[in-house]
Each structure stands twice: as C-alpha cells, then as structure tokens.
Design a protein around this ligand. Structure first.
Ligand SMILES: NC(=O)c1ccc[n+]([C@@H]2O[C@H](COP(=O)([O-])OP(=O)(O)OC[C@H]3O[C@@H](n4cnc5c(N)ncnc54)[C@H](OP(=O)(O)O)[C@@H]3O)[C@@H](O)[C@H]2O)c1
Length: 177
C-alpha cells in the first residue's frame, strides 16, 4: 500500500504543536470518495480546535480526541471511489466539505462522502476552491435560519454585521446578486 501522510495536531496548546505522521492511503467506505489533496484550508475554527475548543461536544462525533487531523475544506483529485458512488471516477477533480469527524483535510489523502463534493469550477484553481465550502455552508445555514432563501431574498433589506469579514463579504455578494 502506498504511503500517505497527515498533519497531526498533537495536544491542545497555544501555540499548537504539529507533527507529520505516515498513514495508509484511506480506502473509501460505501458512498465515499478518496481524494488526493491538492489544497485544504485553515479556517479560524481549526486554530480554535488546535487550542482545545469544543472538545467535549466534538467527542460525541468522534472528533475531539487528540491527536487531531484538522481541516474542513478540500480540493483535489479523485483517487478511488466506494461502493454506490456513480458520480465520480478516479482522475476527476473535486472540491468540497470535509465535515468534522475522525479525519480532516490536512493530509495527503482524505475520504469524504460523495454528497459533499462538487466538480471544479472553470477558471478557479484548487487553492481558491478550497477556501470556499465551509464558509459558504456556514453562511448558507445562517441565511436559511433567518428565513432567507433564493425565492424571497429579492427586495429584502438585510443588515449584515461584520460585512468586512470572510462570511460578511460572501453574504453581501450572495444577497446582492
Ligand atoms: N468562517 C467560518 O467558516 C465560520 C464558521 C462558523 C462560525 N463562524 C463565525 O462567524 C463569525 C464571522 O466569521 P468570519 O470568518 O467572517 O470572521 P472574520 O473574517 O474575522 O470577520 C469578522 C468580522 O467581524 C467584525 N468585528 C470584529 N469585532 C467586532 C466588534 N467588536 N464589533 C463589530 N464588528 C466586529 C470585523 O470587522 P473588522 O474587519 O473591522 O475587524 C469583521 O468584519 C465569527 O463569529 C466566526 O466565529 C465562522
């Protein structure tokens, strides 16, 4: 089996302590795709988790235990697909969300449920696509919780707090389309 590597966050500390560790290339489970990672993001939540944030809650998802592999966004090349996956084949390029769980995207390879992936968008490279899914999903959920969707947004007056930040700028772009 070919070797793969992941970035391990060793224990909750500030500044965090990392180490690169070898791992077997993951095998895709049912409905999963294994991506060879070209780019992964570092979100503020990664920094907070590296400092110990959310450990109790995340343990319920099998994710709070150190050492951790952080990273919730990925862009890369499909290496293998699991049972039941028809939308992807090896060699395709995909980007998407890696939900917080046992393994994050700060690795050479990551297994992701195929439903969290989308094809590369023309004109965008792996780095820019990997900056997008987690922030966009957060924003999308916030808008939905505020009762705003693509059908009723037009004509609404919406106050965006923190509009100069990552989510805020995305909110402005989405709401003014
Ligand atoms: N990014 C994500 O994926 C994500 C996921 C889950 C939750 N969140 C949460 O969503 C919020 C926004 O995230 P973000 O990534 O957009 O953060 P960000 O890029 O750091 O932007 C933060 C924004 O809040 C403003 N701000 C900071 N302190 C303020 C204060 N005391 N009064 C008024 N405005 C203030 C900043 O204004 P200045 O530019 O003037 O400093 C900036 O516009 C954060 O609470 C974050 O924890 C983010």
């Amino acid at each position: 089996m070919t070797a793969a590597e992941r970035l391990l966050c060793l224990s909750p500390a500030e500044p965090p302590v990392f180490s690169v560790g070898a791992m077997p290339v993951p095998r895709p489970g049912k409905g999963e795709v294994v991506l060879r990672v070209e780019a992964a993001s570092v979100n503020p939540i990664d920094v907070k988790r590296a400092g110990g944030y959310g450990q109790r809650l995340l343990k319920l998802k099998g994710a709070g235990k150190f050492p951790l592999v952080l990273g919730n966004d990925v862009a890369g090349v499909v290496e293998s697909v699991g049972l039941g996956v028809t939308a992807w084949q090896p060699g395709d390029r995909a980007f998407g969300l890696v939900p917080t769980g046992k393994g994050g995207a700060h690795a050479t390879h990551v297994a992701v449920e195929s439903r969290w992936l989308r094809p590369f968008v023309d004109g965008h490279d792996a780095v820019s696509l990997a900056a997008f899914p987690y922030t966009f999903t957060t924003l999308w959920q916030s808008l939905r919780k505020a009762g705003i969707d693509e059908h009723n947004a037009k004509g609404l007056e919406v106050l965006v707090h923190g509009a100069s930040g990552g989510l805020g700028r995305m909110a402005i772009q989405l709401l003014t389309r």
